[in-house]
Design a protein around this ligand. Structure first.
Ligand code: COA
Length: 445
């Protein structure tokens, strides 16, 4: 069968940085370690006055096309995933194509464009659509541009304000890809839930604690469904497990449950039995509550074992490094997690070619999806071209008063002028409104 997957990845972070421990925590009256240790977050990225989901997506896509030496005629699809759209009809992909056409001679008139919505899982769904389009043989030799772009802002003084972020991930999907090939096996866990939603409003209605429970429940269902397609998973099967990462602390909770599931009935459970016993089996308990208590106790013990710690440090921790510096990027978050892991491997000389990743996506509302990916020979070179470290380093560090202005500037209900904190350089910028209330963009040299 044709090998299809991700051939190139480019990331654009919002150009402002809110330091959570130094700047945000003191104003909230919180202990800084709630952020750095509890949530696992050091900073959030925010868009400068001239940035939004279109500029961030277009800038990531432009860098990707330039690096790969691609022209508009090479692109057969542009799919954008976002939960921050400002238009209920015209898709963000048309705005991004319009931006790119300012800097290329050709146009994207023959590219199919769309916008995917299902909270944070829409980025993975767009990736899936692109892969299926190629596998179906409908691409006529062209590739697909998949862009996950979000400004993950929450209402001021809401619990989610701790986990904001802004940025875009652009991915180029082709045959014989350089980075990863996607498996055709997938598992789903999907249910009608009201954990996080935006009923025609910019800032989410969110039940934070419940959203964490729903994340774990749907993730478990999708792993069970994935195993129906592939057979039982074992921790040794996967070099890294990138999860959707609203904040690293969420992944900490999901990882131990995933590990417990995967080691059940294996050599690892057997070896750990002397220290922490065997996993509780439901049939040995009189009630669900008693069973759940026993599971919690087992999981606490498991988390402290050397076997678990070594696995977590190798397979999970490297997926969290970018997220801990930029916050939640909604649709882009799981793709940042994959990229962080590949970057870690490239920088540490870990030979990943031929090894597998288990990619675990989630979107509130709610759905989880799990599939595996096989790392390709070209991954080191592809990842080394990224400028993400410099971008993170060069962000302007905003004060709390500046944060309040930035939040207002990006609040669709307000009309706030704000002098930019950074200088645009060879990039697309938002520069005002057109006669039909459309947003307008220019490329600044
Ligand atoms: N030192 C170390 N850890 C600390 C701490 C300190 N001083 N203070 C708090 N913590 C820990 C808490 O124990 C908690 O960890 P735990 O869940 O393992 O117990 C964590 O830090 C967060 O603290 P908490 O008081 O629960 O934070 P919160 O009430 O602000 O809520 C969210 C956290 C995630 C629910 C909230 O930020 C939110 O609503 N986010 C948006 C929704 C979201 O991202 N959902 C995820 C699924 S998609």
């Amino acid at each position: 069968m044709t090998s299809v997957g991700i051939d190139a990845i480019e990331i654009h972070t919002g150009k402002l940085k809110l330091d959570l421990a130094e700047t945000f925590a003191p104003e909230m009256g919180d202990d800084p370690e709630k952020y750095t240790k509890g949530l696992g977050l050091h900073a959030s990225s925010f868009p400068d006055a001239y940035e939004d989901i279109v500029t961030m997506g277009a800038n990531a896509a432009h860098r990707l096309l330039e690096r790969k030496g691609l022209e508009p005629a090479d692109v057969g699809r542009i799919d954008v995933a976002t939960e921050s759209a400002f238009d209920n009809s015209k898709p963000v992909s048309t705005y991004i194509a319009g931006c790119l056409e300012q800097v290329y001679d050709g146009d994207f008139h023959h590219a199919n464009k769309g916008e995917r919505k299902f909270a944070c899982i829409a980025g993975t769904q767009s990736l899936d659509d692109a892969v299926n389009w190629i596998l179906a043989g409908r691409n006529r030799g062209r590739g697909a541009l998949v862009i996950a772009t979000d400004t993950a802002l929450y209402a001021r003084d809401s619990s989610g304000e701790a986990t904001q972020g802004a940025g875009a991930v652009a991915m180029w999907i082709t045959e014989d890809p350089d980075i990863v090939e996607l498996s055709t096996e997938q598992g789903y866990g999907s249910a009608d839930e009201t954990d996080f939603l935006k009923p025609n409003q910019q800032f989410p209605s969110v039940d934070g604690k419940r959203s964490m429970q729903v994340y774990l429940a749907r993730m478990r269902e999708s792993l069970q469904d994935f195993e129906r397609a592939t057979g039982a998973s074992h921790p040794d099967d996967y070099a890294f497990i990138p999860f959707h990462t609203p904040f690293p602390g969420m992944v900490r909770k999901a990882a131990v449950l995933g590990y417990r599931h995967m080691i059940r009935g294996t050599d690892i459970e057997e070896e750990l039995a002397a220290d922490i016993g065997r996993q509780p089996r439901r049939e040995r308990f009189d009630s669900d509550d008693a069973f759940e208590d026993a599971i919690s106790e087992y999981v606490d013990g498991l988390t402290d074992t050397d076997a678990y710690r070594e696995w977590y440090d190798a397979a999970i921790q490297p997926t969290l490094s970018i997220s801990s510096q930029v916050g939640n990027w909604y649709t882009g978050s799981v793709h940042l997690a994959r990229f962080s892991a590949l970057k870690h491997a490239a920088e540490n000389g870990i030979d990943l070619a031929g090894k597998r990743l288990l990619v675990a996506s989630y979107g509130s509302g709610a759905q989880a999806e799990i599939h595996s990916e096989t790392v390709q020979d070209g991954f080191t070179e592809a990842v080394a071209a990224s400028t993400i470290d410099e971008q993170i380093e060069q962000r302007y560090d905003i004060s709390f008063a500046e944060y309040e202005q930035v939040h207002d500037r990006h609040n669709h209900e307000k009309s706030v002028e704000l002098e930019p904190f950074t200088q645009p350089d060879a990039e697309f910028v938002f520069d005002g409104w057109g006669p039909m209330n459309e947003r307008k963009y220019t490329y600044v040299e």
